[in-house]
Design a protein around this ligand. Structure first.
Ligand SMILES: NC(=O)c1ccc[n+]([C@@H]2O[C@H](COP(=O)([O-])OP(=O)(O)OC[C@H]3O[C@@H](n4cnc5c(N)ncnc54)[C@H](O)[C@@H]3O)[C@@H](O)[C@H]2O)c1
Length: 353
């Protein structure tokens, strides 16, 4: 691995980023992390180091952390320059940084275009300048136009239903144009994630956003920890087996491993651009998830049914065949494991980091 340069991980202190940083370091990669800590805490990366120490794994000269925003192109230039001078040339990027709340994006679209799209343009500009042309990008399953109860493959129609989804679609298009402009060099993978949940099995690393998450799994855990919290289930008359919405939940460590496989694929193969769905291919309804959480963790949740939420969709599940074949990757962890690991994290860190 030494002949390769360092991997720049943007948004590396965040939920998926921190788990991926851990996996990269465990596999011997050298990493540079950029994070503005807009939606995360430096402590997540301290925990990454703590887990490595507990396994007697060394990370000396393997991780460098820069606090700053990708909105600032000069800052990105400085990181690339300094890394090169220090003998840690950046040769590839895993680009997690960005905002991710659909609700907030509807309220503050400009903020989303600035944090997600403008930041990515700055990053790509600097990558181009430094001839660093390998990028794995965090896209999302929210870009798809779902059609009833069918698994979503990479060819499915794309349609934006909110500004957050638009930012992901625009970035994918920018990456596509960039690839066309220099097909002999750019190696690009757009990973469309489904619903990452769970946490590292140590309970030292997990999801800890700034502010309340609107996602189901963090709300389930909130409900389990605060005994006076009632979980709202939006709609019980969707066209699904039990009337509640169906999603594809994937363990965050399986997702992290998918990123490393994606990076390795790009490093080994000819320049290309590939779109890939990362999910388990298994549909789980809201009621299923609550039941599995309750049974696995021996907890009782209080919930009630309310009206459907505007913008929700009944069924979003990945066809993950292409990812499995191309990357030789298989999500290994069960829904029970996701519930167990998520709850272990929450019990050990009821207020996050
Ligand atoms: N978690 C999900 O359910 C999900 C699903 C699909 C796609 N994604 C995408 O995956 C990526 C990572 O998601 P996550 O769940 O880890 O989110 P997260 O909020 O935990 O992590 C994102 C990180 O990026 C940082 N950041 C944001 N804007 C930045 C900027 N301009 N410059 C530098 N740092 C910045 C934040 O501080 C945070 O640490 C995001 O791009 C998100 O849109 C997430």
């Amino acid at each position: 691995m030494e002949e390769n340069g360092f991997v720049l991980v943007t948004g590396g202190a965040g939920f998926i980023g921190s788990h991926t940083c851990l996996d990269l370091l465990e596999k011997g990669y050298g990493i540079i992390v950029i994070d503005s800590f807009l939606n995360s805490y430096p402590k997540s990366l301290e925990r990454v180091k703590q887990i490595l120490r507990s396994k007697n794994l060394t990370f000396k000269d393997k991780i460098f952390i820069y606090q700053g925003s990708l909105k600032n192109k000069d800052f990105i230039l400085r990181v690339f320059n300094e890394s090169e001078k220090n003998g840690c040339r950046i040769d590839s990027v895993i680009h997690f940084a960005g905002l991710k709340s659909v609700k907030d994006s509807i309220k503050n679209p400009l903020n989303y275009y600035e944090e997600n799209v403008l930041s990515t343009i700055n990053l790509l500009y600097v990558m181009n300048l430094f001839a660093c042309k390998i990028i794995v990008f965090s896209s999302s399953a929210t870009i798809f136009k779902p059609f009833e109860n069918k698994l979503i493959n990479e060819e499915c129609q794309i349609e934006s239903i909110n500004p957050y989804a638009s930012t992901k679609i625009f970035i994918e298009r920018i990456l596509n144009d960039l690839h066309i402009s220099d097909k002999k060099n750019w190696k690009i993978m757009n990973l469309r994630y489904f619903n990452p949940i769970g946490a590292h099995s140590s309970g030292a690393l997990g999801e800890s956003p700034k502010g309340l998450s609107h996602n189901l799994f963090p709300l389930i855990m909130e409900c389990a920890i605060k005994k006076n919290f009632t979980l709202k289930i939006f709609g019980k008359n969707w066209p699904t087996k039990d009337g509640t919405c169906i999603r594809d939940y994937i363990h965050v460590m399986d997702l992290a491993e998918g990123h490393i496989k994606a990076l390795e694929f790009l490093r080994k193969n000819e320049p290309t651009i590939i779109n890939l769905n990362l999910g388990t291919g298994i549909g789980t309804s809201v009621v299923d998830l609550i039941k599995v959480f309750e049974n696995t963790n021996k907890e009782n949740l209080s919930f009630l049914f309310t009206d459907r939420r505007k913008g929700d969709l009944p069924f979003l599940v990945a066809d993950n065949k292409y990812a499995k074949d191309l990357l030789n990757w298989t999500p290994l962890r069960s829904l029970e494991q996701m519930c167990k690991d998520g709850w272990n994290w929450k019990l050990k860190n009821p207020n996050g980091y």
